[in-house]
Structure formats: C-alpha cells, structure tokens
Write a protein that binds this ligand. Structure first.
Ligand SMILES: Nc1ncnc2c1ncn2[C@@H]1O[C@H](COP(=O)(O)OP(=O)(O)OP(=O)(O)O)[C@@H](O)[C@H]1O
Ligand SMILES: [Mg+2]
Length: 857
C-alpha cells in the first residue's frame, strides 16, 4: 500500500502551474515540444528528467533497507544490545549465539517477504492502467506511469485522466472532477481560452485523476506524477485504500499480543529483581521471553501467504491488485454483477432492424451504425451496430454530437450525409420514444401519438421475451447552421425504429451460478438494461426471477426499506450508476459481505462501494482502477475459482494465527511463571531464542499447506471472538502440561538445572511443533494430512531440536543429554498432551450463533 507521506511538490515554474491561462503555443515552447507528439527517444529522455507519472517516488526496497528496518525494531535492538553486553561481560559464546540467531531470523524474514512481495508486485503491474499517447506519429497504449510532459494524450469516456493536460481538440467531452474540485456534476471541457485562473474555471484543462465521463479529447500533457495541480491523494488514480476489516483485525491482534507481552515481561522482570535474582540475567531472560512471545512472523506469514495466494489465483486468471482483498473474496456472501459480458457473452450481434411499424427494414440499423461509428462510442451495442452494417458511415461527416450518458440513456450525433444534415439519436427505447413526435412507417412519415408510443414499447417487451434486447433510433432533419448538439436539440424527433440484439446467456453461466450458490454465495444481477430483459435472463441462468425491481421502484424506497427488499430480490433493471452502489450498500447494511463485478463506467461507483471490486481485463479505466482484482477472462467460473483460492489462503493464515495464539503463547506463559517460581532460570535466554527460531522455521511450510475442500465450502469470515475462544482453551491446556513437566522433572526425576532446561526445551519443542498437525485442521488430523512442505519444515525443525542436546553443538547452548528415564517421561507427556489437544479441539472450535457476515434468505 502506498503511503502518501509528503505533500505534492510542484517543481514547475509559475507559468506552467496555471498552464490553462496560456495558449497551446506558449505551453509547447515552455515544454520544448510540438503538438504532433513525442518520439520514443524524446519520451525516454523526458521520463528520466521528470520521473515516472506515479503517486509516490518509485522506491524499490533494497534488501539492505529491509534488513535495517527489521534490525531497528525495539526488540531486535534490545537483543543486539544484550548480545554485546554478554560478550563484554565475558559470555562470548552466549552473546554470539544471540547475535547469530537474530541475524538468521531477520535473514529468513527478509528473504521470504522480499520474494513474495516482488512476485505480487509483478502480477499487479501486469494489469496496470494504460494511457493512449501519440508516439512516433501513431497512437499507442503505454503504462500510465510512462506518460511524460509533452505527450499528446487521447482520452475517451471511461478513462481516468493520466496527467494534467491542456486540451487541443475535444468532442462532447465532459470530465468528472468531484474528487478533485468537489464539483459534483461532470463539467464540459473544450479547447480555447479558460474562463479564469482558478482550477475550477479551467474549462480547457484536464486534471490528473479526474474521470472522462463522455466524449473524447486530445490534449497536451503538462504535469505528471506529483507535479500536478491536485497532487495524488484525492484522485481516482490514487492507490491508497482504507484497510479492510481483516487488515484492521490482524493489526489489532498483533497489538494485543504486543501489549500482553510487555505486561508479562515487565512483571517477570520486576518480580525477579525484587526477589534478588541477578539483574542482567533477568533482563536477558525477559527480552528472550518477549522475542518468544511476539508473533514476529505474523506480518511475514500474512504477506507470504497472500502473495502465494495471488500467484495461485493468477494461474486461475484472477490478478490481485490489493493483497488483503483475497481474504475479502473468501468472505464474500453476495456477488452483484452487471449483465453484459459476465452472464451473457460480450459478443452481442444485431438480430433485427425494424421500422416504427415493426416491419423489418435495414434503415434503423444503418442510421444506428452511422451514429455509433461517427459518435465514437465504445459499447458492445455500438460494436454490434457497426459490425452489422459495414461501411454505413461512408459518405457521412460528423458535425457535432451529444455523447451518450447513463442518466439520459441516450446520445446523438449530427452528421451530413446523403440526406443532408441529420440529427441521429440512439438510446434506450423508452427514453428515445418519449422524445419522438413522428414516426417512419414503410418509408413514409406519420405522426406519433400516445397509443402508438405505448405500442412501440410493447413491441420492445415482446422482443425482450424472445431474448432480444433493443435500442431505439430516431432522427430529425437539421435546418440552419450546424453546431454542437445540446439536449434542447433532441426533440421533435422522428421515430425510425428499433434495433434488436441477440445477447444470449453464456453456456457456462448457470453452472457457475450453481457452483457459487453451493459455496454460500448468492448472485444478484444489477443491470442498466430493461427489467424485462433482465427477468428473462435471470430465469435462464437459474436465478430467482419472480420479482425484478427497477431503478424507479428503488428510488421510491427508503434506505431501510431497501435493505429489506434487497435480501429477497435477485434481479434489478434500469439502474442508474449510483443506484447500483446504493443496492450494494443496502446489502452491506444487512450484514452481507458484498462483491461487485462490472466493467463499465456505470459500474465504478458500485465497484468502490463493494467490499470487493472485481473487474475484467479490457474494461474501462475507471472500472479497473476501482477494482481490487482483475479477471483475465470475464467469466463467473473464474470468480468461483478465485473464491476457492481466497478461502484457502485465509485458512492457512488462520492456522498460523491460531498457533501463535494458543500453543506458542501457552509455552511462553509457563516460562514466565516458572522463572518466578524456580530458584534458577527455567531456560537460558539463548535457549529461548533457539526455541523460538526453530519454532518459526517449523512453520514456514504453512503458506504452502494443503487445505481440504470442506474447509473452503463456506464463506470465511475473520472472527476475533472465535479466535479468542480457541486460544482460551488451547493456551491453558499447553501451560497445564508444561507445569506437569516441571513437577515431574523436579520431584520425580530430581533434575539438575541443566537437565531441567534441556528436558523442558525438548518437551516444549515437541509439543509446540507437533500440535500444528492438530490445530491446522478442524477435522481429524489423520484424515487431513499436512502438505509436504509443512510436513518437511515442521519435522525437520523438530528433528534438529531433538538431536541438538546429544551433539557437541548442544554444549554451546548449555544443553546436557538427559537420562533415558527422563526422556521417556517427556515422551509420555507429549503424547498425552497431543491426545488431550485433539479431544478438546471441538470445544475450542465450538461455534456461537453469529449474525455478522451471514446473509439470511
Ligand atoms: N451505446 C449505446 N447506445 C444506445 N443506447 C445505449 C448504449 N449503451 C447503453 N444504452 C442504453 O442504456 C441502457 C443501459 O446501458 P447498459 O445496458 O450498458 O447498462 P449496464 O448496467 O451496463 O447493463 P448490462 O447489465 O447489460 O451491462 C441499455 O440498456 C440501453 O438501452
Ligand atoms: Mg454493462
């Protein structure tokens, strides 16, 4: 996550800081460029000069830096100091061991995390946003980061504006600058002198991070990266996001352990000093205890596990942009989706062209194709129109237009063609027909009255029931001078007819929806299309199609009423973009974890509102920027696969957290108690550190561990109370067996301090490491065997621990080989402990009835 710590620094001279009051010529001179675009070489040079067009300075975390960061953490510093003090006071071996162990732990951390973070970053970059610039005389797509001042940009509806830029040409271009200037409505942008010097009056300027709402513009990039008027923080390009509940809880969990550690360590230290035990020894012991208690692997394990999850998901065509969203995907209970492209194939084809009387006639489709082609709209319907009547726009020239937008649901072009200047309007049937006063039937023009309007819409619904979605085409011969089209021009139209498109459901959709349903995820369609079309589709793919709510229905409901309705209704039509996000929020209010899958400019608000936003490669820039994950194939199967991976990843993180919260914690607790009760240290500081290191090593296989299918069948919600309950059972259990061991060692075996420490080291290692096989599964350990990586890492660590006291190396740590009887006693304790842990596990896992995170039907 990028932290935007420094305020944006604008290094430009004054006249470029308010570049919109200058003419393009002056700006070009200042930037030493022309309006024809840069050459690749020039762009390369400029990139080096101005730096990348990104929010934060690209700072690659070098290994030395990563190591230094870990070394500078308080615990590491204390340990280091302790090591040095030991050496200075004559304990050379003990001191060196401390330093070596510290180095090994830090090295291990750095290596794993560095590698994982790098892979995740490479994946993220593979779906980085693109910008369209003219280089070497032709337009091409480059990474947004590589845009430089002097570039000629082409921006179209749905793009995020990649840089501050001066408009050279525009067509019906409007930009949404709400996040930057606070202006809630899209503002028109066009070339020519600006109204004033404040950014709000910069009618000829584009600002980095605003959203192109309609039309198209050609502009000269003036400021990039941090050298922009609004800086990065507010823009739609800014990557920084609020931490998800999962991240917050994980952080809380870490904090809680840290506080507990501090309290425990202080108590031990104070008590020992009060009891008159040697101060330095006590301090070292306390520090070692703190190291043992700290879940120092937690951030590393989380990153590594998430990054590994991201890699596995990439193989299943899901690219993760925000790592923590993997968990959110696994927790998702409702998935809302746009219709076209996910439930239906994106290749829409023109099926019929009808005149106003409903007779087949190619004219409507031909005019539609002219409007689509000249208007430069990029929707799937437009593509189908153009493909359906090739060369339709030949002989037509564009004079003006009023771009399509999702609240009017129509758009128009003014073009001169064989019939002279003609205004062509294309859009949703009810929106277009409402503007018509005449109609074309069999080549003749007749008036259009209310009954005939209703009849036209009835025809639309009849087509919809046959699975065809329609748009309406209207026209008006233009008289007088041509100019940019305004809403006021779109009236007194002649209804030309309907274009009907086949948009069949994907063959795989029904199966994928059933699969998601089996995984506890309910699907809802949130479409801008006609409710009749939505209803038919919902029925075909196996959704509850009884009720379809429309945008109008929803507008009439209060938030509370809506929250109730959305629980049972699965299909929605004629939704405006903000209504899509309103439904998402209503679902969230009811406790659902909501995902949203969409690709259009009209989906961006809902993608932001959802707990997890999913978009598709090739979707509009705003949709991709708002999403947490990008699907490489627009398919619900891919989502279902991703959900499996998300849950798997979460289950593995949970294993580590549970281990830390119970077994590890229990052990360190016993250590603290023993250090106060016993006349000698229950374990030497170096032994504790070794214990901790071996334990950490035993767990490095967790991110790779297998997860049984049953564990990923339901949504996985991070549940802090459940975790506490688990720790509350398993922690004391482990301490209980530690005390049994102490008792046996002291009173049965009459162990010497060295024997005591060795024996306890062995018991503690064996119990801590082996219990992972029990904790890692909710089922029976023998039926759910660990993956090879975890088996190897844990058994190897255990082997080293068990062998150490019997080797010369053990001397250095102060170990002695315990007598056979003592060893046998320990073995019995370990076995009984593991059996008890398995027996008590169901109690630790007992579920309370929860309402949060479950979506009730
Ligand atoms: N390019 C276009 N030309 C004319 N009308 C359009 C165009 N795009 C959309 N419309 C009209 O606006 C309506 C809403 O748009 P659209 O269907 O793309 O919304 P959506 O919510 O993305 O729907 P979907 O679920 O089908 O993806 C369409 O049903 C259609 O009537
Ligand atoms: Mg859509």
């Amino acid at each position: 996550m990028n932290v935007i710590d420094a305020p944006p620094q604008d290094k430009r001279s004054d006249d470029l800081r308010t570049f919109w009051v200058q003419t393009p010529e002056v700006v070009c001179t200042r930037l030493h460029c022309g309006t024809a675009g840069l050459t690749s070489d020039d762009a390369q040079r400029r990139l080096a000069e101005y730096g990348p067009n990104s929010d934060v300075e690209a700072r690659s975390v070098s290994p030395t830096r990563a190591i230094l960061r870990r070394l500078l953490e308080p615990l590491s510093l204390i340990l280091l100091a302790a090591g040095i003090v030991s050496v200075a006071t004559g304990d050379g071996v003990g001191g060196s061991i401390i330093v070596v162990i510290l180095m090994v732990s830090i090295g291990l951390d750095t290596l794993q995390e560095g590698h994982a973070a790098k892979t995740a970053e490479i994946l993220r970059r593979s779906v980085a946003l693109k910008a369209e610039v003219r280089r070497d005389g032709a337009f091409r797509e480059i990474e947004v980061d590589h845009v430089v001042p002097g570039d000629i940009l082409r921006v179209r509806a749905g793009d995020i504006i990649p840089a501050d830029a001066l408009i050279l040409e525009s067509r019906a271009f409007t930009a949404g600058e709400a996040a930057l200037t606070g202006e809630p409505y899209p503002v028109e942008k066009r070339a020519g002198p600006a109204a004033g010097a404040s950014p709000g009056e910069a009618s000829n300027a584009l600002f980095r991070g605003a959203v192109a709402q309609t039309g198209e513009a050609l502009a000269l990039a003036v400021g990039t990266g941090r050298n922009t008027v609004f800086g990065a923080a507010a823009s739609a390009l800014a990557q920084a996001q609020e931490p998800s509940p999962f991240e917050r809880d994980l952080h809380q969990f870490g904090l809680m352990i840290a506080r507990l550690t501090l309290a425990l360590v202080l108590v031990v230290l104070a008590t020992r000093v009060l009891l008159g035990r040697p101060a330095l020894d006590s301090l070292m012991f306390a520090v070692a205890l703190a190291v043992g208690l700290t879940p120092e692997l937690l951030p590393m394990i989380t990153t590594v596990t998430l990054a590994r999850g991201a890699m596995r998901m990439a193989r299943r065509k899901v690219i993760v942009k925000r790592l923590a969203s993997i968990h959110d995907l696994g927790a998702m209970t409702v998935l809302c989706t746009d219709k076209t492209g996910t439930l239906t194939s994106a290749e829409i084809s023109l099926a019929r062209s009808l005149d106003a009387a409903g007779t087949d006639d190619p004219r409507a489709a031909r005019l539609g194709a002219v409007a689509a082609d000249l208007g430069g709209d990029r929707g799937a319907l437009d593509a189908a129109l153009v493909a359906g009547s090739a060369d339709a726009a030949k002989g037509w020239t564009l004079c003006g237009r009023h771009a399509f937008d999702f609240s009017r649901r129509l758009g128009s072009v003014l073009a001169i063609g064989p019939e002279g200047p003609l205004l062509i309007v294309k859009g949703a049937p009810e929106a277009v027909v409402a503007l018509c006063t005449a109609q074309r039937r069999g080549g003749a023009i007749a008036p259009l009255d209310e009954t005939q309007r209703a009849a036209a819409l009835d025809r639309v619904h009849a087509l919809a029931r046959d699975g065809l979605r329609t748009i309406a085409i209207a026209s008006r011969p233009w008289s007088g001078a041509t100019h940019e089209v305004e809403a006021a021009d779109e009236r007194n139209l002649i209804f030309e007819g309907l274009c009907a498109f086949a948009d069949p459901p994907k063959a795989t959709a029904a199966a994928a929806i059933a699969r998601l349903g089996a995984a506890g995820i309910r699907l809802k369609i949130l479409s801008g299309d006609d409710p009749v079309v939505v209803k038919r589709l919902a029925g075909l793919v196996g959704l509850n199609a009884e009720t379809v709510l429309s945008g109008t229905d929803i507008a009439a409901l209060s938030d509370d009423a809506l929250a109730v309705r959305v629980r049972s209704v699965d299909a929605y039509g004629r939704l405006a973009p903000d209504q899509k996000s309103r439904i998402v929020k209503a679902l969230q209010a009811g406790g659902a974890v909501v995902g949203y899958l969409g690709d259009g400019i009209n989906d961006a608000p809902a993608l932001k509102a959802g707990d997890i936003g999913l978009s598709v490669a090739g979707a509009t820039g705003v949709a991709q920027a708002a999403a947490d994950m990008i699907l490489l194939a627009s398919d619900l199967e891919v989502v279902a696969d991703g959900v499996q991976e998300g849950r798997r990843t979460f289950v593995n993180i949970l294993k580590y957290v549970r281990m830390g919260a119970s077994s590890n914690f229990g052990n360190m607790l016993s250590m603290a108690v023993a250090s106060i009760a016993l006349p000698f240290l229950p374990m030497l500081p170096t032994q504790i550190l070794l214990n901790n290191l071996l334990y950490d090593l035993s767990e490095v296989g967790i991110p790779l561990d297998d997860v049984r299918a049953e564990a990923t069948q339901r949504p996985q919600v991070w549940d802090m109370p459940a975790l506490m309950r688990f720790a509350g059972v398993m922690g004391p259990l482990s301490s209980l067996f530690d005390f049994l061991t102490f008792g046996a060692l002291l009173f049965v075996f009459h162990a010497t301090p060295d024997q005591f420490r060795t024996a306890w080291f062995l018991e503690s290692m064996a119990t801590q490491i082996l219990v992972i096989f029990i904790i890692r599964t909710n089922g029976r350990p023998w039926r759910d065997l660990p993956g090879p990586a975890l088996a190897v890492s844990s058994l190897a660590a255990l082997l080293v621990a068990l062998a150490l006291p019997f080797t010369p190396l053990g001397d250095w740590f102060g170990f002695v080989a315990p007598p056979p009887g003592m060893l046998a006693g320990i073995a019995v304790v370990v076995v009984v402990y593991l059996v008890c842990a398995e027996v008590l596990k169901p109690l630790a896992l007992r579920r309370r009835r929860r309402t949060r995170g479950t979506h009730r039907r």
